[in-house]
Design a protein around this ligand. Structure first.
Ligand code: HCA
Ligand code: CU
Length: 377
C-alpha cells in the first residue's frame, strides 16, 4: 500500500455538497491550499457544466500548481471537446447517466457504450492528455460486462480505469475482491471513488489499495453528494499508520488543519468534534489510567503522533499565548485574549518546574474557564 496517489475532488465531488457554492476566489484558495498540502491531483468540475465553471477551470489551470489538474466529464464528445481546450492535464471520464448503466448491466447497448468510449478516449489521447475511464455504480453492475468494458478501454491506452461506489453500498471485502479481479484483467492504473453512506469510505479505500488500486479520490472533510466520500484527513491517518514515512514524505501533514479550516469556513460547517486528527477530542484522554500512561509514553494509546500533524506542545515554559488560544478554541472554551494571556502565564509557571502534558494543560484551561465564568457572590 505504499504506492498511491490522491485525486483530491473537493472542487468537483465537494462542489456537489449541499452547502457548497464556490466563488472563483474560493476555488483558487482551495486549489492552492491542496497544492501546498501536496496532493498529486486536483479534480475540478466539468467546464461543460456552466460558463463560469469553464472560466474557473481555465483560471485554476493557469495557477501553475505542482499538482496535476483534472476535470471530470461525461463520456460525450461535446464535453470532451470543451474540456481539452481548458489547459487541464487530464480528463476523468465517467459513463454518464444511470439509464445507460441499467441497460449496460442488462447487457444491452454495450456496443453503443464501447463505440462512444472509443471515440472519446481516442480523441483525448490525440490531444496528449491523461485519461481515466470509469463507470458509475460499479458495485451493482454486471461483473462480466464491466470487465469486458475495462479490458477494451485498457487496450485503447487509458491511463486509469475507475471504480465508483456511487451509492455507498460496498464493503471492504467486496472492494478487495473486485479490485483484485480487475487487477488481473487490466494493465493500467486503477482509481477508486467511495461514498460514505455506511461509514466504509476509508476502509474501502484501504482495501482497494491492498488489492492493487493506485489512485484514491478524496475530498476535504469528506464533503460531497449526500454524506460524501473518503475524507482527505481520514485517509492520511489510515495511510500514516500503514506507512508513516511514505505519507510524511509525500504530504505536508502540518497543513491539514489549515486546509480543513479553509474548506469548513467556505462551506459554513464545523470540523466535527471527533474528526480524524483535527477534531478537538482527537488527542484527549479522559480515563485516568489512559491519561497517566500517555503522560509517561504517548505511544501507549496514541498511534498518530500529534506533532507530525502540526500540534504544538503548549505545556512548556516557552509556550506563547497564541498557541494556548488555539487550544482554548479547540476545546470550545470562551476566553478573552487577556484571560488567555493570564492562563498562559499560569502554564509557564507550572512548566518551569516540569513540562505539562496536554491532559494537564486541558484540565488547567477548563478549571480556569469555569472560574472565569462563575458569577461572583
Ligand atoms: C458523479 C458521480 C460520481 C462519479 C465518480 C467518478 C460517483 O457525480 O458524476 O467519476 O469517479 O460517485 O459515481 O461522483
Ligand atoms: Cu461521487
Amino acid at each position: 500500500v505504499n504506492n498511491f496517489s490522491i485525486i483530491e475532488s473537493t472542487l468537483r465531488e465537494g462542489e456537489q455538497f449541499g452547502n457548497a457554492f464556490f466563488t472563483t476566489e474560493d476555488k483558487v484558495k482551495i486549489a492552492k491550499a491542496l497544492d501546498d498540502f501536496g496532493v498529486e491531483y486536483i479534480e475540478i468540475t466539468s467546464p461543460a457544466a456552466s460558463e463560469q465553471s469553464r472560466q474557473d477551470c481555465i483560471t485554476i489551470c493557469n495557477l501553475g500548481l505542482k499538482a496535476k489538474i483534472l476535470t471530470h466529464v461525461r463520456c460525450h464528445m461535446d464535453d470532451a471537446r470543451i474540456a481539452v481546450e481548458t489547459g487541464v492535464d487530464g480528463l476523468d471520464v465517467v459513463i454518464g447517466t444511470s439509464s445507460y448503466l441499467r441497460e449496460f448491466s442488462h447487457g444491452k447497448d454495450m456496443d453503443y457504450i464501447i463505440k462512444q468510449a472509443t471515440e472519446v478516449i481516442t480523441f483525448i489521447k490525440s490531444k496528449g492528455l491523461e485519461v481515466r475511464f470509469s463507470s458509475e455504480d460499479s458495485f451493482r453492475s454486471d461483473l462480466v460486462d464491466l470487465l469486458n468494458l475495462y479490458k477494451t478501454v485498457d487496450k485503447l491506452g487509458v491511463n486509469r480505469v475507475g471504480i465508483a461506489d456511487t451509492v455507498g453500498c460496498a464493503n471492504p471485502r467486496q472492494v478487495y475482491d473486485l479490485v483484485k479481479t480487475l487487477r488481473g484483467v487490466v494493465s493500467c492504473d486503477i482509481e477508486c471513488h467511495f461514498h460514505n453512506d455506511t461509514g466504509c469510505a476509508i476502509a474501502n479505500a484501504y482495501a482497494a489499495l491492498e488489492a492493487g488500486a493506485t489512485h484514491i479520490d478524496t475530498s476535504v472533510l469528506g464533503i460531497g453528494e449526500r454524506n460524501g466520500i473518503t475524507p482527505l484527513g481520514g485517509l492520511c491517518a489510515r495511510m500514516y499508520v500503514a506507512d508513516k514515512q511514505y505519507v510524511m514524505d509525500k504530504y505536508d501533514l502540518h497543513k491539514l488543519r489549515e486546509v480543513e479550516n479553509l474548506v469548513a469556513e467556505t462551506v459554513q460547517i464545523q470540523v466535527p468534534f471527533n474528526n480524524y486528527i483535527t477534531g478537538y477530542c482527537a488527542f484527549t484522554h479522559k480515563a485516568g489510567i489512559h491519561a497517566k500512561a500517555i503522560l509517561n509514553n504517548p505511544s501507549t494509546y496514541e498511534i498518530l503522533k500529534p506533532d507530525d500533524f502540526g500540534y504544538v506542545s503548549i505545556g512548556h515554559r516557552l509556550t506563547g499565548w497564541n498557541a494556548v488560544k488555539n487550544r482554548v478554541q479547540q476545546l470550545g472554551l470562551k476566553l478573552s485574549d487577556d484571560e488567555v494571556k493570564e492562563v498562559t502565564s499560569q502554564i509557564k509557571q507550572l512548566a518551569d518546574l516540569k513540562p505539562l502534558g496536554i491532559e494537564e494543560v486541558d484540565t488547567l484551561l477548563r478549571v480556569f474557564h469555569d472560574k472565569m465564568n462563575t458569577p461572583a457572590e
